[in-house]
Design a protein around this ligand. Structure first.
Ligand code: HEC
Ligand code: HEC
Ligand code: HEC
Ligand code: HEC
Ligand code: HEC
Length: 402
């Protein structure tokens, strides 16, 4: 008499998982840094290519940070091949020579998933401004509406570069310290707060349950109500103490790990939700599945409508046979209303015919689980037995997932 723990499977909504990509990293920076070791001409180094400056340029001096960014060193990131098409179509894979554990920011310009979506949905039109933005100023914490960042036109291959996040519109490098460096720096303590991520991780105004709302979800559901004090960086960029530029005569300082584990890290996704099962009435077959957001400072899943979390529940008999099974999908809405098949025709003439159509074709599904929320789903498993108790299920112990 037992219940198998519920399985939580995290998959990009449109992706079929095939094999892991077996490639060797080729992003290792050159050994010779080509700059004077200690005596640098303060602030003489400039970055005329702006946000299009390849991260290798910064990686020549900031070696450890670059290694994390480009190879995911010190994380469990992995990029299974994925699909946006029927299983008969070929699998999308990162280009050969890319580290299979690179960070999402490093591969944003070569990740086949958004590139393929861009091609199919906008005929190649540059809709993905957040994937390749110009340098920007941070919004206020209380901002009501987030405008799309301005797009950069060059070097999309380089993805979200170091300069995308660190370069200010006037060409200086923002950081938490205001140190003396070969390039101009500007101390900005806001870089340690969630506004540093807001421009790309939110768009428009707050709409509960919609996609591209991560910053608002964090601010309105988690931070302001007092559920927690952590900013994005505290969870997604944990710190260590080390030199920021290895070959220079500088002291060790707290340094944030540039890893940003998210949907490509099992370690990360496992920490998000807790699961419990209760049976309110021993005489009835109804069970309640409690799904609690204990680990994320925003909704789960968050961000793009293309990503979903699946909950699969099974009743397992004594001989390991599966007596009943059911699946629920949790995903953000594409727009400001629940996905709904009734809108499929109207979607064809809307601003995003393919994306909106795909979202509405999903039909009704569970909305995303907000920060701190405990969702309760009722289930009456139908087995071939008249009652669950006839099937041999005598006791229901709550099972929680790691
Ligand atoms: C020629 C070597 C070199 C290059 C190239 C270089 N940096 Fe630096 N950078 C340094 C040194 C040295 C420091 C000072 C470190 C310290 O004092 O701990 C520094 C400091 C920083 C800081 C800390 C700023 C602060 O005040 O908090 C940031 C952020 C930074 N660099 C980002 C970048 C980015 C982004 C690029 C590429 C666009 C880049 N660096 C290119 C050498 C370099
Ligand atoms: C310049 C735009 C931009 C900024 C700023 C930015 N991100 Fe991202 N982020 C992206 C894009 C685009 C992706 C998706 C890339 C892809 O999968 O192709 C992404 C992906 C992620 C992921 C998912 C990782 C995964 O493996 O699935 C996490 C987590 C993340 N970002 C956290 C952050 C945090 C925390 C900050 C602030 C410190 C931040 N980002 C700032 C654009 C940005
Ligand atoms: C997605 C945005 C993003 C990208 C891309 C990014 N950084 Fe950072 N970086 C940050 C944030 C945010 C902080 C401050 C973290 C904190 O202290 O909480 C930071 C901090 C730093 C610092 C200062 C001290 C520290 O925390 O290590 C250096 C130096 C630095 N980054 C260099 C780089 C280099 C080099 C690259 C490219 C290989 C890079 N960054 C890419 C967001 C980014
Ligand atoms: C209290 C810790 C915590 C804070 C604060 C936090 N996150 Fe997360 N984040 C998580 C956890 C846990 C997950 C995994 C669950 C999930 O995928 O939704 C996650 C996942 C993500 C993902 C991946 C989404 C996906 O579907 O793969 C992105 C992007 C992200 N966070 C961005 C942010 C940004 C931006 C902020 C700040 C506005 C932030 N996070 C604040 C814990 C946190
Ligand atoms: C407001 C900024 C923003 C805009 C505009 C935007 N994206 Fe994204 N996109 C992101 C961020 C941030 C992520 C990663 C985290 C998440 O899911 O929020 C992402 C993730 C994705 C992913 C999933 C990547 C993966 O590896 O899981 C695809 C595909 C994608 N975007 C395609 C597009 C297409 C196509 C468009 C134009 C219709 C677009 N995006 C417009 C910010 C944006």
């Amino acid at each position: 008499m037992r219940w198998r723990p519920l399985h939580l499977i995290v998959l990009p909504a449109l992706a079929g998982v095939a094999s892991l990509i077996d490639t060797a990293p080729n992003h290792t920076p050159q050994d010779s840094i080509g700059f004077s070791r200690v005596a640098f001409a303060a602030q003489s180094l400039t970055f005329p290519d702006g946000a299009a400056t390849s991260s290798e340029v910064c990686g020549k001096c900031h070696k450890a940070i670059y290694k994390k960014y480009s190879e995911g060193f010190g994380s469990d990131l992995s990029w299974p091949s994925m699909k946006t098409a029927p299983t008969s179509a070929s699998v999308l894979a990162l280009p050969a020579g890319t580290s299979g554990s690179a960070t999402a920011h490093a591969v944003a310009g070569i990740d086949p998933f958004p590139l393929d979506a861009l091609e199919r949905e906008s005929g190649g039109k540059q809709c993905i401004v957040c994937h390749f933005p110009q340098p920007f100023d941070y919004p206020e914490l209380a901002v009501r509406k987030i405008e799309k960042p301005a797009a950069r036109n060059e070097n999309h291959q380089a993805g979200i570069t170091c300069a995308s996040c660190h370069l200010t519109p006037d060409g200086r490098i923002r950081g938490p310290y205001g140190v003396n460096a070969p390039h101009a720096t500007v101390q900005d303590s806001a870089i340690q707060t969630s506004v540093a991520c807001a421009f790309c991780h939110a768009e428009g105004e707050r709409v509960i349950s919609k996609q591209t709302q991560t910053f608002f979800e964090w601010r309105d559901d988690f931070y302001l109500p007092g559920l927690g004090r952590q900013h994005c960086q505290d969870c997604h960029m944990p710190k260590t103490v080390r030199k920021l530029a290895e070959d220079f005569d500088v002291p060790e300082r707290p340094s944030a790990r540039h890893l940003w584990t998210g949907g490509h890290s099992l370690q990360r996704t496992r920490g998000a939700l807790a699961l419990n099962i209760t049976q309110p009435d021993k005489g009835s077959d109804q069970v309640l599945l409690h799904i609690t957001n204990i680990g994320a400072g925003h909704s789960v899943p968050t961000g793009s409508n293309r990503r979903a979390v699946y909950l699969v529940a099974q009743v397992v008999g004594n001989n390991d046979q599966i007596l009943a099974t059911r699946e629920w999908m949790f995903a953000p809405w594409f727009g400001n209303r629940p996905d709904d098949r009734a809108f499929l025709e109207a979607d064809k003439n809307g601003p995003a015919p393919i994306g909106a159509g795909q979202a509405d074709a999903q039909g009704p599904h569970e909305t995303i689980i907000r920060a701190g929320e405990a969702r309760v789903i009722s289930w009456e498993p139908k087995t071939s037995h008249r009652h669950l108790s006839d099937a041999g299920v005598a006791d229901l112990r709550p099972q929680s997932l790691q």
